[in-house]
Design a protein around this ligand. Structure first.
Ligand code: LRH
Ligand code: MN
Ligand code: MN
Length: 392
């Protein structure tokens, strides 16, 4: 690929960080306190801005409401701008309230469904005041036992709630419907897979699209093919990037599955060059969804961002003409080798050059580790007490 195009494509790649990665989080067994971890939404925004200063490609931070206490959204939006970033997707939390024991929008009781809808209303208001474009929807709704509830009735309640949400969405906004194959429900999940999410998104119209969280699939699922299908339907709205080995592990992106990450980017790059899918591909929101336990938070996030950029850069280098020719000839291994050639290319020198060209630190991880920001937050924020986990 021509160097100028390669650089222009890298310039256009923007990845959003999640506010919830910067505070102390853990597993249900233990939350370890990290020195300097963010204590408020303001500090989370400052940390996200540090990730952007180091990498140059993370200019937005997603919020999770009410994990992030947002009393004055407009002021928060201005604060983010002063820090050099913008507010990204707004994630309503419809899973941590006593009332949601049997579901939120799917709950058998209309009063609880209305409560969930009222929260969606509040989140849309935050979008309007912060200029956020995406409402990112994940529902923990499901059942634990066969017969616990009527599956079709739940599905209809969910559709009605999603439709009510679509009705209040600003014209230029999108609702991204995320799926997850299990957890916290263990028998039936109302949005368990991309098919369930896609059917709702298709019924709701152009503002509704599907969000793919890499950690939300069964072992061995071919995520890149799901990505290709959603792109082809014009319904891929965004990603929650992370890595998994077992379930929803939320590990550093590309740490367990670099080939898979590359193949996902390969689909995105191909779709962006195809007039039939270009618009959808270029509208995709790239977001990270991680919650660290033992890792240093900002450092871990920088690593995730860099791993995404590396996978993307490799995907840009795929010999598309050669691949198309090999595919047309039915040369299975020839085509496969073309993909692997790109995957095996060491793009680090080119990415270092790209950073030099943008006055960014050539080694963002090192610059952060040795920089003033980390020293200052460790000194000023200290270590805050965390929950133990089970039994607390
Ligand atoms: C659920 C999920 C969803 C939540 C986030 C914290 O597992 O992926 O996106 O909002 O984690
Ligand atoms: Mn997610
Ligand atoms: Mn998840």
């Amino acid at each position: 690929m021509d160097d100028a195009i390669f650089i222009a494509r890298l310039d256009a790649q923007i990845i959003e960080t999640p506010s919830w990665a910067f505070g102390n989080t853990g597993t249900r067994f233990k939350t370890f306190a990290a020195p300097g971890a963010a204590r408020s939404v303001w500090e989370k925004i400052e940390d996200a801005a540090e990730v952007h200063r180091m990498t140059g490609i993370a200019p937005r931070v997603a919020l999770h409401i009410p994990w992030d206490k947002v009393d004055d959204a407009a002021t928060l939006g201005r604060f983010a701008a002063e820090c050099g970033i913008a507010i990204g997707a707004i994630n309503p939390n419809l899973f941590q309230d006593e009332d949601y024991r049997l579901g939120s929008l799917t709950h058998p009781d209309a009063r609880i469904r209305d409560k969930a809808l009222a929260h969606l209303h509040d989140c849309v208001a935050i979008m309007q005041q912060t200029g956020a474009r995406d409402l990112s929807l994940w529902f923990a709704d499901g059942t634990n036992y066969a017969g616990q509830d009527d599956i079709r009735a739940r599905r209809r309640r969910l559709r009605a709630g999603l439709q009510a949400c679509a009705d209040i969405l600003p014209d230029d906004a999108r609702m991204l419907i995320e799926y997850k194959f299990f957890e916290p429900a263990f028998y039936y999940t109302d949005l368990a897979d991309w098919g369930a999410a896609l059917l709702h998104a298709q019924a709701l119209g152009p503002q509704a699209q599907v969000l793919v969280d890499l950690g939300h699939h069964a072992q061995g699922a071919n995520i890149e093919s799901i990505v290709a299908i959603l792109l082809d339907e014009g319904k891929l709205g965004g990603f929650h990037f992370n890595a998994r080995r077992y379930a929803d592990d939320d590990l550093i992106v590309g740490s367990t599955n670099p080939l898979e990450l590359f193949l996902i980017y390969a689909e995105l790059v191909a779709a962006a060059d195809d007039p039939a899918t270009e618009a959808c591909a270029r509208g995709v929101s790239y977001m990270i969804d991680q919650s660290f336990n033992i890792e240093a938070k900002i450092e871990g996030m920088i690593m995730s961002i860099l791993n995404c950029q590396e996978a993307y850069a490799k995907a840009l280098l795929i010999d598309r003409a050669g691949l198309a020719a090999a595919q047309a000839e039915g040369d299975a291994l020839g085509a496969h080798r073309i993909l692997l050639d790109a995957f095996r290319t060491d793009v680090r020198p080119r990415l270092a050059a790209w950073r030099r060209g943008h006055n960014l630190p050539e080694d963002p991880l090192r610059a952060h580790r040795e920089g003033d920001y980390l020293r200052a937050i460790k000194r000023d924020r200290g270590v805050i007490a965390t929950g133990g986990g089970y039994g607390d």
